[in-house]
Design a protein around this ligand. Structure first.
Ligand code: C2O
Ligand code: CU
Length: 497
C-alpha cells in the first residue's frame, strides 16, 4: 500500500535517484530532430476550420536497431501540430483506429465540458468523435493527449500527443519569431523505457517503485526523446530561435539550460504570452507544463540544451535535495554560417493577456493531494466533487501533503499563481498557466476563473498530471452552473450509477 508523509517523500527521492539519468558525453546528436507536421485546417461548408485526425497503431524506430510498436495520430508516433486563430470555430473528426477505447483531450483549451475530451468523452474503437467549439482565448501553445480514466499514462506513453497552437491578433506581430519549423519550433520532451525486444515499458518497474506501491511514479524512462527523435540536433538559420517546449513526460521533471550558460528569454507560459519577457538561465518544467523561450545564436556555433538536476523539493533525511546527479542532454543546436533576422527580443509584448486576479470576497476551495487521492477521495467517474458558478474568479489553495511532488492541472480554464509556499510568486510563475508544479508540503494559491460554459451534467477535471497519479485516482470533477444555482446542482453525473 501507499506510504505516507515523510517516509513517502524519502521513498520518492530514492525512486527518483534510482532512475537518475546521465547521458552527458554519450550522444553525438546525429539525428535531425523531427518537427511535427503543421496541419492547417480545411474550411468546411459551414465556415468552420476542420481537422481530420485518426489515431492508429504503427511501428517506429525510436532507438537504433529496434522496432517498437507505437501509436500515433495521422502517423505511427505522436501527432501533427494543429494551428488555428482566436475567433475561429474549430471542428474535429477524430477517428479511433486503436484497439482500445480512448479519448482526445484538448489540454489548456477553454471549451464546453462536452467537447473537452476528458474521461467522459470515450471513443470506442472504430468510432468517430466530432467536437466543435469557438476558439476564444489568447494565443498559446496548447496540447492534446488521450484521457481515458485509468489509462492515460499508457496511451500517452504509446505515443498519442501533439500540439495545438492558437494565434491571435497580437501574436503574429509581437516581434517574436513565428515561422513554424524554421525559427518557431516545438520541442516535445519525453522519456521512455524499453523492454529488450524494443517494446515500450508501460509501468514503473524498479523495486523502489513496487515498494512505494499505489502512489508510485510510473515510468521514469532512461531514454530521452525530442519530438520522438533520439540523439537529435536542430539546424538553426536565424539569430533568434523560438522554442515551444512541452514536458510531455509521465513523471520526469526537467530543469533546462544551455551548456555554455547563455541566457534566454521566457516569452510565454502555458496559456499565453508574457507582457514582460523574462531573462533566465534555467527553466524547470514539470509534466504538462509548457513554456516558450527565445534563444539567441551567433553564426557557426553549437550549443546543447541540457536538463540539470531539478529542485524537486524532496529531501533525504540529511536535507540534501534529490535529483543530485540527474543531468542529461536533450538536443544540440547547430547554427549556420550566416543567420537571418535581428537578435533583439522585444522588451514588452503588447497584447499579452492579463493574468486573472480574485476579489477579496472570492470563493475559496482547498485541495489536499495525498497518495492517490484529493481531499481524501479517489476519482469516481459518477461523483461531482465541486460545483462552481460560471465566470467567477475563485481562489484555490492546492497542497501536496504526502511528501511527493505533484503537477496540478485544471481543465477548461487558465489560472494565475497568486502565492507559492505563502511567499510572493517567483517571476518564473507569472503569467497565464494551466498546470503548476507543487513542491511537497507547500501550498500554492491560484486565482482560477471558472469557465463560462454552463453544463451541470458534464464535469471538467482537476488532477495531478504525473500520469500514474492521475490514473490511480488523484483526480476530481467540477461542474460549472448558472450563478446562484450551485445548491440545487446535481452531485452525480447524468447517466451515472
Ligand atoms: Cu493534460 Cu486532464 O490533462
Ligand atoms: Cu501527483
Amino acid at each position: 500500500g501507499a506510504l505516507t508523509g515523510g517516509a513517502y517523500g524519502v521513498t520518492f527521492a530514492m525512486v527518483y535517484r534510482d532512475r537518475k539519468l546521465s547521458n552527458v558525453g554519450e550522444l553525438d546528436f546525429r539525428n535531425p530532430v523531427a518537427v511535427p507536421r503543421l496541419l492547417e485546417p480545411e474550411k468546411d461548408d459551414r465556415g468552420r476550420r476542420h481537422f481530420t485526425l485518426k489515431a492508429r497503431t504503427g511501428t517506429s524506430t525510436l532507438i537504433p536497431g529496434k522496432k517498437t510498436p507505437t501509436w500515433g495520430i495521422n502517423g505511427p508516433f505522436l501527432g501533427p501540430t494543429l494551428r488555428a486563430r482566436r475567433g475561429d470555430t474549430v471542428s474535429v473528426a477524430f477517428t479511433n483506429g486503436l484497439p482500445e477505447t480512448t479519448t482526445l483531450h484538448w489540454h489548456g483549451m477553454h471549451l464546453p465540458a462536452e467537447f473537452d475530451g476528458g474521461p467522459h468523452q470515450a471513443v470506442a474503437p472504430g468510432e468517430v468523435w466530432r467536437p466543435s467549439w469557438r476558439l476564444d482565448q489568447p494565443a498559446a501553445t496548447l496540447w492534446y493527449h488521450p484521457h481515458p480514466h485509468g489509462k492515460t499514462a499508457d496511451h500517452v506513453t504509446r505515443g498519442i500527443a501533439g500540439l495545438f497552437l492558437i494565434e491571435d491578433e497580437h501574436s503574429q506581430d509581437a516581434g517574436l519569431p513565428h515561422t513554424y519549423g524554421v525559427d518557431d519550433v516545438p520541442l516535445i520532451l519525453q522519456d521512455r523505457a524499453f523492454h529488450d525486444d524494443g517494446s515500450l515499458s508501460l509501468r514503473g518497474v524498479s523495486f523502489m517503485e513496487e515498494l512505494a506501491g499505489a502512489g508510485s511514479l510510473g515510468v521514469l524512462g532512461d531514454n530521452i526523446f525530442v519530438n520522438g527523435t533520439h540523439n537529435p540536433h536542430l539546424k538553426v538559420t536565424t539569430r533568434l530561435l523560438r522554442l515551444r517546449v512541452l514536458n510531455g513526460s509521465n513523471a520526469r521533471v526537467y530543469n533546462l539550460g544551455l551548456t555554455d550558460g547563455r541566457s534566454f528569454h521566457l516569452v510565454a507560459q502555458e496559456s499565453g504570452l508574457l507582457s514582460n519577457p523574462l531573462r533566465m538561465r534555467r527553466l524547470q518544467l514539470a509534466p504538462a507544463e509548457r513554456a516558450e523561450i527565445v534563444v539567441p545564436f551567433e553564426p557557426g556555433e553549437k550549443v546543447v540544451l541540457r536538463s540539470y538536476p531539478p529542485d524537486l523539493g524532496v529531501g533525504f533525511p540529511n536535507g540534501r535535495l534529490d535529483g543530485g546527479e540527474d543531468t542529461f542532454d536533450l538536443i544540440q543546436f547547430r547554427a549556420g554560417k550566416t543567420l537571418r533576422g535581428s537578435g533583439e527580443v522585444p522588451g514588452k509584448l503588447p497584447g499579452a493577456p492579463e493574468p486573472p486576479t480574485a476579489p477579496g470576497s472570492a470563493h475559496r476551495r482547498y485541495f489536499e493531494l495525498s497518495g492517490i487521492q484529493i481531499n481524501g477521495r479517489s476519482m469516481d467517474m459518477n461523483r461531482i466533487d465541486q460545483v462552481a458558478p460560471a465566470r467567477a474568479v475563485e481562489l484555490w489553495d492546492v497542497q501536496g501533503i504526502d511528501g511527493v511532488p505533484h503537477s496540478f492541472h485544471v481543465h477548461g480554464t487558465s489560472f494565475s499563481v497568486v502565492s507559492y509556499g505563502g511567499r510572493p510568486v517567483p517571476a518564473r510563475l507569472r503569467g497565464l498557466k494551466d498546470t503548476v508544479y507543487l513542491r511537497p508540503q507547500e501550498t500554492v494559491r491560484l486565482a482560477v476563473p471558472m469557465p463560462e460554459h454552463v453544463d451541470p451534467a458534464t464535469p471538467y477535471m482537476f488532477h495531478c498530471h504525473m500520469l500514474k497519479h492521475e490514473d490511480q485516482g488523484m483526480m476530481g470533477q467540477f461542474t460549472v452552473v448558472k450563478p446562484g444555482t450551485e445548491g440545487s446542482a446535481p452531485r452525480r453525473v447524468r447517466g451515472g450509477h
